[in-house]
Ligand binder design. Sequence first.
Ligand code: TXA
Ligand code: MG
Length: 316
Amino acid sequence: MHTRLLSPDDQGLAIACDWLSQGDVVAMPTETVYGLAGDARNATAVARIYEAKGRPSFNPLIVHLPDQVAAERIAHFDESARALARAFWPGALTMVLPLREEAGIASLVTAGLDTVALRVPAHPVAHALLERFGGPLAAPSANPSGRISPTSAAHVADGETGLGGRIPAVLDAGSCPVGVESTIIGWIGGKPALLRPGGVAVEDIQAVLGREVVLPEINPDAPNAPGQLTSHYAPRASLRLNADEARPGEVLIGFGEVDGDLSLSPSGDLTEAAARLFDLLRQADAMGRPIAVATIPERGLGAAINDRLRRAAAPR
Ligand code: TXA
Ligand code: MG
């Protein structure tokens, strides 16, 4: 695949929107770093983000929106969240908030959590793209997993250290003015917590809130902070891996030739399987029986799927 550099004019934005509407991914400039954007409502598009980044696990992604009105359709805001939005949006602040059930966000975006990370970016090109696309864009930093975040289109398009050859297009708007990722704030037990330091100073956030922002405790069971997400979404039912067939009473989630009550992908397509993973786990869990899952190959997105399944199957 050839990665095209698009100028951020009317024509470039139109091409970017075409890719996004088809469920593909496009790198976009934001004031913090370049993001790899996909339609947050389209599970296949979100799976392609993970695929292009080569992420070994499904960390939840930030959903980008054009304005507060659009953000309120996705998550529940209380007074303190609104105060932060008024003070820092558009800008380098991300807030983790309770997801609205009717928001229509693909469960792969939130890794099955009932919270969602939202941001209204200030960059004029990101804003123009969001306005024109007319839907929420999930976008992690546009770098291969484990590499440094990109602050120019050239970083993104690099074939060695970037995503060159792995994504169709990058909107090129030069270098990012902030250059570090957004600050992430969540609420833990009603208290504002710093989940990731970033482009907005925590002192400024405390000044707006009129209270201290706490540092989250390292707790592997609290899926609140980046890097602490060992338990993303654990089904209530027990989970058995590498199943060839269902044992009595089990719901079987199949893949490829292993045909189950549900199937991650009858054709054995790992992108499709990733896109369906969290929804199928929920569906199987709702049946109230033990769950068995077919073997998923460890290549490509299979590594991330297996990482997620192993966590869900871990004794608790
Ligand atoms: O500046 C930025 O924030 C850039 C630009 C592109 O907007 N985006 C970015 O996204 O840094 P990403 O995916 O690299 O970082 C998202 C972080 C992850 O560390 C993730 O764990 C956390 O946000 N996160 C997302 N949703 C969450 C949730 N529901 N609960 C807790 N943490 C969440
Ligand atoms: Mg990142």
